[in-house]
Design a binder for this molecule. Structure first.
Ligand code: FES
Length: 206
């Protein structure tokens, strides 16, 4: 059956929502597969370029959701006060605490702050969910404390299942891991308190 105009993005979103996590801690099966390699060329072409909108109205504190943008998963995490406190505690443990060395896109100026988020919405973190080592999709491990393959003083964040890189609750890579850089933060802006657009901000499209 032929697609109707407007169906394409929705179908892509459904695929990613199934393939990655809607809530923190879910989705480790799909995340173990290198992300870029899992996209058929037609999918990549279809998803590339345009900004995407996301409704975050149902996103609860401590959870994350995923949308597809330019063929990549983009995570939106509504961090709690406790999660922001863990970001501050991780400053001495991450390799590039101030994100001086971006990966594939410059860190937006408005995210150049301790939480890597828009100052007017510090709890809302937006990340490209692609490991900066070899492109796997890390899995959420938001709960602080001991987990398999993580240190006992784990502050919460993401674990890449491919080679063990770990990222804090601002997407910054911990020291001495294979991943060389922090996770990317794309341009984004709020259209309303519950609607966001990824890949675009007041200065235009990424
Ligand atoms: S791809 Fe993530 S650690 Fe290698």
């Amino acid at each position: 059956m032929q697609n109707q105009p407007g169906e394409r993005i929705d179908r892509g979103r459904r695929v990613w929502l199934m393939a990655t996590s809607v809530a923190g801690g879910v989705g480790s099966v799909a995340a173990a597969v290198p992300f870029v390699g899992s996209l058929a060329p037609s999918e990549r072409a279809r998803a590339a370029g345009a900004p995407v909108e996301a409704d975050i109205g149902a996103l609860k504190a401590g959870e994350m959701m995923t949308v597809a943008w330019r063929g990549k998963p983009v995570w939106m995490i509504r961090r709690t006060d406790q999660m922001l406190a863990e970001v501050r505690k991780a400053n001495s443990l991450v390799a590039d605490p101030e994100s001086q060395h971006p990966f594939s896109m410059p860190l937006p100026e408005y995210c150049r702050n301790p939480y890597r988020a828009r100052p007017e919405h510090p709890h809302l973190l937006v990340l490209v969910g692609i490991c900066t080592h070899l492109g796997c999709s890390p899995v959420a491990r938001f709960q602080p404390g001991p987990h398999p393959n993580l240190p006992d003083n784990w502050p919460g964040g993401w674990l890449c299942p491919c080679h063990g890189s770990t990222f804090d609750l601002a997407g910054r890579v911990f020291k001495n891991k294979p991943a060389p850089q922090n996770l990317d933060v794309p341009r984004y802006m709020f259209l309303s308190p519950t609607r966001m657009v990824i890949g675009k901000d007041e200065k235009g499209e990424a």
